[in-house]
Write a protein that binds this ligand. Structure first.
Ligand SMILES: [Zn+2]
Length: 512
């Protein structure tokens, strides 16, 4: 038992946690001290552990978070409560898939998920999960976490999958889940939409390019064409411009509203529109509008019913709208375009510019806002309920200062993009027939619900991990159970009492 290398030394007089903690923890666990009872005369108290990502290992943040939960649950247990602390792990779609893809690239010869195919790749992740998934539970035991281990749940367990499908189908029936084409944060190395939480904003040194667009049919007093100058950090996106905008009260441009400009390097002309979104004081007061690749421009595009031209392929290269730049990656396209814009004297000035750029936290690449077809959850009605339960005090934030942050977030929340172009996760329970009808179903359907065609293909996408996280407080308790009757566990412990987690989680399940 002694850690000393001196065999003659008697047992150490110093406290050595290695000698003590594991032994005592095993004793606690074996004696069943951490087990909650399904039914009990004691008052119930429940905490569901926010499940750590099955990737990697626990860090100091987890240690702090778990310690607080452990303190609360032990205190309640010793105060005579039937105390449940239910542990689990999260499949963490994008994080896990990126880790396993990285492993594949390191193999000899290097492999890719596309090369393996969906089924083989998913099997590889399960292997990986079986190898490393329990490491987190071992770490939690070392921390002394007094969890009810018999109830440990993984977010891809059968019971959870059943809950996910039921909620998806129910919300779809009620019109709260829909498919639509919207602007999302796109990670081109991973070829998927990512959430706002996975976008890291960093101040980045770049260049502001001043471009002059020629106004169609309007000349200066000397007979030269009138040009409108605007500034952009992303000149390559001009290929997707569908308008230039000015402020409606800007005297300099009032008479030009309704006219058109020639879009450089293309044969297109685009309208000059007026929108109060434009800041008269910023730059020249003229902005280019690229609705398919900028979140603000998208809103302008919706307001003015502008055409939305997506110029990117899923892998971050320019598509058929790229003209002679088609097939180039964005950075390369930008370089070549700057040369072309200089040659055609459209680029009139360059200046160094610092601005906030979004990077994909998984791949490190610059995130491209991109128009794509995705599944969404309609948020307004749910946000009203979610606001109400905090306003009326049935759910309380500690410290209280986060209440304001939460209520503000709920007041500006947009519809939640729940589809991800990944292979690891809960696959979307929607099937499309050859005629394009969609069948949404809890069990795999054998035929199309509209035309009875047997030729069905399941949607390739999986759900955002937060979709299953949102159901965690009751999916872990056996919901939806048999015949819709609540389980004993649910009857005893739902709703739960405390959620201990990082404040950034307030913003989970965001725009995309
Ligand atoms: Zn059909």
């Amino acid at each position: 038992m002694s850690q000393s290398t001196e065999s003659t030394e008697p047992s150490s007089t110093r406290y050595n946690p290695l000698d003590v903690e594991a032994r005592i923890y095993t004793m606690w666990e074996k004696a069943g001290y951490f087990k909650a009872e399904d039914k009990s005369k004691k008052p119930p108290f429940a905490i569901i552990l926010p499940p750590p990502n099955v990737t990697g290992q626990l860090h100091m943040g987890h240690a702090l978070d778990h310690t607080i939960q452990d303190l609360i649950i032990r205190w309640k247990r010793m105060s005579g409560f039937n105390a449940l602390w239910l542990p689990g792990t999260d499949h963490a779609g994008i994080a896990t898939q990126s880790v396993v893809e990285r492993e594949l690239r390191k193999a000899t010869p290097p492999q890719t998920r596309q090369g393996l195919g969906r089924d083989a790749f998913v099997e590889k992740i399960w292997d990986w999960k079986h190898q490393y998934g329990d490491r987190i539970y071992e770490q939690m035991r070392r921390l002394g976490d007094s969890c009810d281990w018999d109830r440990a749940t993984f977010t891809l367990d059968d019971g959870v999958s059943k809950a996910v499908r039921k909620v998806f189908v129910d919300l779809h029936k009620r019109g709260l889940i829909y498919r639509g084409t919207r602007l999302v944060n796109w990670s081109w190395p991973l070829e998927t939409a990512i959430s706002d939480l996975e976008v890291e904003h960093r101040d980045t040194k770049g260049t502001l390019y001043h471009l002059a667009y020629e106004v169609e049919g309007v000349t200066n007093s000397d007979g030269t064409p009138l040009r409108l100058t605007l500034a952009t950090t992303r000149p390559e996106t001009l290929l997707g411009d569908t308008a230039v905008a000015v402020h409606p009260e800007d005297e300099r441009y009032k008479k030009l509203i309704g006219g058109r400009v020639k879009l450089p390097l293309t044969t297109r002309t685009i309208p000059i529109i007026a929108d109060t979104y434009v800041d008269k004081e910023f730059g020249t007061g003229v902005v280019k509008i690229t609705p398919a690749h900028d979140f603000n421009d998208y809103q302008v595009g919706v307001r003015h019913k502008l055409e939305m031209i997506n110029i990117l392929n899923k892998n971050g290269t320019l598509n058929e709208h790229g003209g002679k730049f088609q097939g180039l990656k964005i950075q390369e396209a930008r370089k070549q375009m700057i040369v072309a814009l200089k040659e055609s004297e459209v680029l009139v000035r360059e200046e160094p510019h610092q601005n906030s750029v979004g990077y994909c936290s998984r791949s490190g690449a610059v995130v491209e806002p991109m128009l794509s077809e995705q599944w969404f959850v309609r948020m307004s009605q749910m946000a009203t309920t979610a606001r109400h339960v905090v306003e009326n005090g049935s759910i309380r934030f500690e410290p209280e200062s986060w209440t304001k942050v939460y209520l503000h977030w709920m007041s500006i929340i947009e519809d939640w993009c729940i589809s991800r172009q990944l292979w690891w996760g809960h696959r979307i329970p929607a099937w499309v027939c050859d005629d394009g009808h969609t069948t949404v179903s809890e069990v795999d359907p054998s035929e199309c619900s509209t035309c009875q065609s047997k030729n069905l293909k399941q949607d390739e996408d999986v759900l955002d991990t937060w979709f299953s996280s949102a159901l965690w407080p009751f999916s872990t308790m056996g919901w939806p159970g048999e015949n819709g009757a609540p389980t004993e566990l649910e009857k005893t412990f739902y709703p739960t009492d405390v959620l201990v987690t990082g404040h950034d989680i307030i913003f989970s399940g965001s725009r995309a």
